[in-house]
Design a protein around this ligand. Structure first.
Ligand SMILES: [Zn+2]
Length: 374
């Protein structure tokens, strides 16, 4: 049995001052209460900071960890894709294994409990089978000429299902074949070129024309309309990035899907690649379901959830932390076990050091960081 006290507790968008959280030796929460006086806290660990449930990193490509620092920032969407292609084969399998194991261990130490991870190969699977992190793998189908069978060998891995990469990189038949699992994770509206392609404009359209690739999905008219046209309404969607999403896209999607999609924000990656920003104002205004991801170390200096939240200063901290734990847990169907500090759950307990009260508003300081307590 452990009793853990701190200045604040964040859970499901609420802030509880002076919390004491009690958990058993397995990490199952047995009691949440408030302390009155510090000198009254017998047999209790006290931390100067805030507690939150373990995080769910709702978008990562762990297998790309070896590309940390290998790709120039701010080259734009097309430049980034080209650069990955050029450096991808320069690393040994040992370098790849060391990089992904170190990145995963650091995520765990900083409080990540579960990860929605994109895989294109089997390089991360052995590590994941031994990791305390709960990995949910999305085997991503990618490429205008790829048959859906190409990923079948990955689908025998635990917690792994197929997903289409995006609305611009798969022909119609392949997209449909990749979109049959209950939950899908799709890169969406990361750049203005995704929408421009449907008008025959922008860098994607120019690149495809140069390569002689024809797209048989342009008639849908837009990325959002293609999702509505090609994904059954009962699917749960994680839509990744969404920087260029509009109100009209949002309404189209909300109307079609019986479970509202989860919009997964990766602000550090957007900043690294293009300098674009996630559509925070739009999402707050619509009361959308939101989660937070890190994307990969190819387009990020770290896989730290709290560093992602520092790039969303317009989001109240309690809301940002709700997105980072509850939002991701719900998107993966894990909310009965993870995502909030509640009696009976085993969510992991994370300490945030560097939370300041500025005129009654709780904010992260520039040096704020997290570590796992339970
Ligand atoms: Zn991604």
């Amino acid at each position: 049995m452990r009793r853990i006290a701190a200045h604040y507790l964040f859970s499901r968008g609420e802030v509880i001052p002076r919390p004491v959280v009690e958990c058993d030796s397995e990490g199952v929460i047995t009691k949440v209460e408030q302390w009155e006086r510090l000198d009254n806290l017998a047999a209790t660990e006290f931390y100067a900071g805030a507690l939150t449930a373990g995080f769910v990193n709702a978008h990562c490509h762990l297998e790309l960890s070896y590309l940390h620092g290998a790709i120039e920032p701010k080259t734009g969407f097309g430049g980034f894709a080209r650069a990955i292609g050029m450096v991808r084969n320069n690393y040994s399998s040992q370098q790849r294994q060391q990089a992904l194991a170190a990145a995963s261990a650091r995520m765990w130490a900083e409080g990540v409990e579960a990860v929605a991870d994109i895989i294109n190969d089997d390089s991360s699977l052995e590590h994941k089978s031994q990791s305390p992190i709960r990995y949910r793998n999305f085997a991503e189908l990618f490429g205008l000429n790829t048959p859906a069978e190409a990923m079948n060998h990955l689908l025998s891995a635990p917690n792994t299902t197929l997903t289409p990469h995006s609305t611009y990189s798969l022909q119609s038949a392949t997209f449909a074949a990749a979109a049959t699992a209950d939950t899908l994770s799709i890169h969406f509206m990361e750049s203005p070129d995704e929408e421009a392609l449907y008008r025959g404009e922008g860098s994607l359209a120019a690149w495809y024309a140069r390569m002689g690739w024809e797209c048989d999905f342009i008639h849908y008219g837009s990325p959002a309309a293609r999702l509505v046209g090609q994904v059954a309404s009962d699917k749960k969607l994680l839509l990744i990035h969404c920087c260029c999403m509009t109100d009209a896209d949002m309404e189209l999607l909300s109307h079609h899907f019986s479970t509202p999609p989860t919009f997964v924000l990766c602000p550090q990656s957007n900043d690294y690649i293009s300098g674009l920003r996630p559509p925070v104002e739009l999402l707050l205004r619509h009361g959308a379901h939101v989660a937070v991801g890190t994307d990969s170390l190819a387009s990020n200096g770290n896989l730290s959830i709290v560093e992602e939240l520092k790039l969303l200063p317009e989001v109240p901290l309690a809301k940002g932390l709700e997105w980072a734990s509850w939002g991701g847990a719900k998107a993966l169907g894990l909310e009965s076990e993870l995502g909030s500090i509640e009696v009976g759950k085993r969510p992991g307990i994370v300490l945030i050091e560097g939370v300041e009260n500025r005129n009654g508003e709780l904010r992260l300081t520039p040096t704020a960081h997290t570590r796992r307590l339970v």
